[in-house]
Ligand binder design. Structure first.
Ligand SMILES: Cc1cc2nc3c(=O)[nH]c(=O)nc-3n(C[C@H](O)[C@H](O)[C@H](O)COP(=O)(O)OP(=O)(O)OC[C@H]3O[C@@H](n4cnc5c(N)ncnc54)[C@H](O)[C@@H]3O)c2cc1C
Ligand code: SF4
Length: 343
């Protein structure tokens, strides 16, 4: 029997596992993909410092190697059952069944599917990308940056709140990180294409974290990114592949039109579908935003309604890397308290 089973090998799972191993517990990570690292594998640089995401991943690869952590890759957790003796039985996609004293949910998030906002033209027009697509494009960039149709962009627009703060999408909450991600990406585009005009169309700007407000100022003062308070209502494609945007300017209270070569949709973060599935199997409560509900907002953000099941990272809602790492460290301490009390 193992002490702790961690579901998800993103940075939350990796940080929790390293901390628990250091506290002397036998810990196993189960990851559904063929590699560890979660979403960070797809990101180029990280706000607020612009350091490479690969550097953070290398750190965790090295830390897991040093501790010889047991990681099951390509293995998907399907269900969790708490037995009468308090031991958990965890069923996986590869017919491996684990028995453990406690479970940490580090299953993270999934991205909002931008095809659901048909009027924005994602997967209909070639030069409409999501923020995640742009990260991957930047990460794999060799040579000059061009749009998907091979044009050096002269005008680029970022649209905030795609699939967040939107009753129609069923997501009334704010994804918290897409404002600062837009600022990060807008700066990056100005660095790669200094001649381009870059616009951010926002509802509100939420720069809640350390260094975020400074990045926003830098975007305006040093890079001349233009911030428009407005909502996109419609996108149409021109014959040459450029895009016509209809934007409601909510400050000037009038509709305006923008012509751009590339449109980037800042997609929100949703709870991972798999989390919803295994949550049902063990009676785990989810909050109204469908992320895992924590036991106490202020003093129990790693605990759930099921004793012995803990959370780490973005399984509780949108979190930055900084917040995720801190939440994962505190998860290890919460598990430690629980296992000590069990003895
Ligand atoms: C476009 C975009 C850009 C971003 N840029 C930045 C940035 O610049 N700086 C920053 O601080 N943050 C950034 N973030 C946020 C960052 O991605 C998160 O902080 C981070 O990914 C959270 O890590 P996590 O381990 O909690 O979740 P994830 O990265 O989602 O990892 C969860 C892991 O769990 C696995 N998993 C899920 N379900 C199961 C299951 N049933 N069984 C087994 N495994 C499972 C998944 O495969 C995944 O590997 C960005 C987010 C977005 C959307
Ligand atoms: S962080 Fe910004 S872009 Fe993201 S949902 Fe909140 S207000 Fe909208």
């Amino acid at each position: 029997m193992i002490d702790v089973l961690i579901i998800g090998g993103g940075i939350a799972g990796l940080e929790t596992a390293c901390s628990l191993q250091d506290l002397g517990y036998e810990t196993v990570i189960v990851e559904k993909e063929k590699t560890i690292g979660g979403h960070l594998n797809d990101w180029d640089t990280l706000f607020p410092t612009h350091r490479s995401a690969a550097e953070v991943l290398e750190h965790y690869t090295e830390e897991t190697r040093k501790r010889a952590l047991t990681i099951y890759l390509n293995t998907y957790v399907i269900s969790i059952k708490k037995q009468n003796d308090g031991i958990f039985e965890v069923q996986t996609s590869r017919d491996v069944v684990f028995h453990c004293k406690s479970v940490v949910l580090a299953s993270g998030y999934q991205l909002f599917n931008a095809e659901r906002k048909e009027e924005y033209g994602y997967k209909i027009y070639d030069n409409v990308l999501t923020s995640a697509d742009l990260e991957k494009r930047l990460k794999n960039l060799q040579g000059e940056f061009t749009t998907p149709t091979g044009v050096t962009p002269k005008r680029i627009a970022f649209i905030h709140c795609v699939g967040s703060r939107d009753e129609k999408s069923g997501n009334h909450y704010c994804s918290k990180l897409c404002c600062v991600t837009a600022v990060k990406q807008a700066i990056h585009m100005k660095q790669l294409c200094p001649q381009a005009d870059v616009f951010c169309c926002y509802m509100d700007l939420r720069m809640y974290g350390p260094g975020f407000e400074e990045m926003y100022r830098e975007a305006q003062e040093k890079y001349h990114v233009q911030f428009i308070r407005g909502r996109l209502s419609e996108v149409a494609e021109n014959a040459n592949g450029s895009l016509q945007l209809k934007v409601e300017d909510t400050l000037a209270a009038r509709p305006s039109r923008l012509q751009v070569d590339m449109l980037v949709l800042m997609v929100g973060m949703e709870t991972a579908k798999s989390t919803e599935l295994f949550a049902q199997s063990c009676g785990l409560e989810c909050a109204s935003n469908r992320f895992v509900k924590t036991k106490d907002h202020h003093i129990g953000s790693n605990q759930t309604n099921v004793d012995g099941i803990f959370t780490a990272g973005a399984s509780i809602g949108p979190l930055s890397v900084f917040d995720t790492v801190n939440h994962a460290k505190s998860a290890a301490f919460a598990v430690n308290d629980y296992l000590k009390a069990m003895k």
